[in-house]
Design a protein around this ligand. Sequence first.
Ligand code: AMP
Length: 420
Amino acid sequence: MSTFKAPKGTYDLIPPDSAAYLAVREAIAAPLRRAGYGYAETPGFENVELFSRGVGESTDIVTKEMYTLTTKGGDELALRPEGTASVLRAALEANLHKAGNLPVKLWYSGSYYRYERPQAGRYRHFSQVGAEAIGAEDPALDAELVILAVDAYRSLGLRNFRLLLNSLGDKECRPVYRAALQDFLRGLDLDEDTRRRIDINPLRVLDDKRESVQKQLAGAPMMRDHLCEACRTYHEQVRELLTAAGVSFEDDPKLVRGLDYYTRTTFEFVHDGLGSQSAVGGGGRYDGLSEMIGGPSLPSVGWALGVDRTVLALRAEGVELDLPAVTQVYAVPLGEEARRTLFGLVTELRRAGVATDFAYGGKGLKNAMKSANRSGARLALVAGERDLAEGVVQLKDLDSGEQRAVPAAEAVTAVRSALG
Ligand code: AMP
């Protein structure tokens, strides 16, 4: 161990566990690629104002959880706490929305930072794969994104996740509802912090996890009863498209989520095997965000799925991912000449697409065979002086222990047919 440890609330991804993370990222990305989403990568930090304006001045993310820094040049930056604002900023900056092909569909994958109280499933550095469809208002687009997330989870073999769905209305009906909710909340017995929240962000009070608050919320006005005609029709269409695609959902009229930019469709994926940090992913429509960060009106929708929590959910369900073998063949040379010959074969096998490793460091036979077994390889290639003199190498099946000599010149073919 060194003097240093990973900072509080973070952890390192190392083999063998890291393989599952890569597989999860890949599984989430695959359906997006098939649906026309292009890859976007933005800096790990941005101007702090992008997030305070975009994510919302009153959110926990902005007020409590951002890692901010002042550069030597005097710029105020923040490590990105989420992806949507950055990706939208990048699309606007590159004028992608003016190329005449809306919606602009982008996907991304990366690290995000929030100064949260660490606990199981909640970290200060975590990983998300996200998708954004920018510049179109169409219930089919909302449905598409939800379906792609469901397909990603399913392709991993995840089963016990649920989709919670809500509509938060738009700039017509939300203000009317907001005022009605504020009136209701002001009549309740709430602590000072929560009272303050009534003024800045009353919808978040609905999200309060405390029993004492939840009890008083019975009878609170609900957004779904205040949706304007346009929002109601829109939401109905999203629901119909999801149902037609075989995606089941639960209506959650209290679903608000922790970011201020959402309008209309909002959703969250929860997994029941994760305890209190049950959200594995979430997203929704954000028709006003572009204007909030100084862009034109660009109605958009997107989501971000948490990679860390998806891995935890898979573990909770006992799902074994079908991961490619790290090593299929392990080569064990006995002596200097065999080292040269086998090293050449190793390179050939790798170039032929076979995952192959080599007993480095001049190990003796016994140690080298131990390493071969530990590597998980199915086959070992063993050769000593006598084999080379006969122009053969020994091909050993590490499961059955069976061994046979094959001509060195045909070793690659023999290995490939033995692997099937
Ligand atoms: P959000 O950006 O808050 O909508 O979060 C989207 C997803 O990212 C969540 O559903 C989680 O799976 C994941 N996530 C958010 N915050 C954290 C965190 N602090 N630690 C681990 N995963 C997180």
